[in-house]
Design a protein around this ligand. Structure first.
Ligand code: IMP
Ligand code: MG
Length: 174
């Protein structure tokens, strides 16, 4: 099916907001090292941009979970596709995600990571769709709250496409 993309948040808006979150994280973690855990693939673009703007020491790792098929509806099943390589004991973990939608993926991941003995686990998401929440999840840092629309860009895909867009766009089907 043909689709087109309408800009929701411009590259400038997204970059400006990531700088603000980076400043806030640098303040909140003053004197500490922050261990970023990127949720692949969607969180990767955001994590790189965010990491560059954090001024406290940063270490990072990636993991992959899957809760979506090739369409715009969540299937509601969370699968760990790639786990972390290193233990989290004593680390100040900050999970970096592209979007919190139903909350299923993150509530599952946050509980799983908390059981691994970190000093602390917090959550940072570029986008949040609060209207879609099914499972409660505590978000510590949010880039933007957006309406209930399917979005792409900045790591987010539709059927694996559009992750590379440097802005956030809404997918429209005409
Ligand atoms: P949740 O478990 O329903 O919160 O879904 C989380 C995952 O679904 C995200 O990490 C995304 O990979 C995907 N997702 C949810 N909404 C969108 C969207 O609007 N565009 C692209 N992917 C989305
Ligand atoms: Mg994701």
């Amino acid at each position: 099916m043909a689709e087109r993309i309408e800009v929701l948040l411009s590259e400038e808006e997204v970059d400006k907001r990531i700088q603000e979150i980076g400043n806030q994280i640098s303040k909140d973690y003053a004197g500490k090292q922050v261990h970023l855990v990127c949720v692949l693939k969607g969180g990767s673009f955001f994590m790189c941009e965010l990491a560059k703007r954090i001024t406290v020491p940063v270490s990072l790792e990636c993991m992959a979970a899957s809760s979506h098929g090739g369409d715009t509806k969540s299937r509601g099943v969370v699968r760990i596709v790639k786990d972390l390589d290193e233990p989290l004991g004593g680390k100040n973990v900050l999970v970096v995600e592209d979007i919190v939608d139903s909350g299923r993926t993150l509530s599952y991941l946050m509980e799983m990571l908390k059981d691994r003995g970190p000093a602390d686990v917090k959550l940072c998401t570029l986008l949040d769709k609060p209207e879609r929440r099914v499972v409660d999840v505590k978000v510590d840092y949010t880039g933007f709250q957006i309406p209930d629309e399917f979005v792409v860009g900045y790591g987010l895909d539709y059927d694996q496409k559009y992750r590379n867009l440097p802005y956030i766009g809404v997918v429209k089907f005409d």
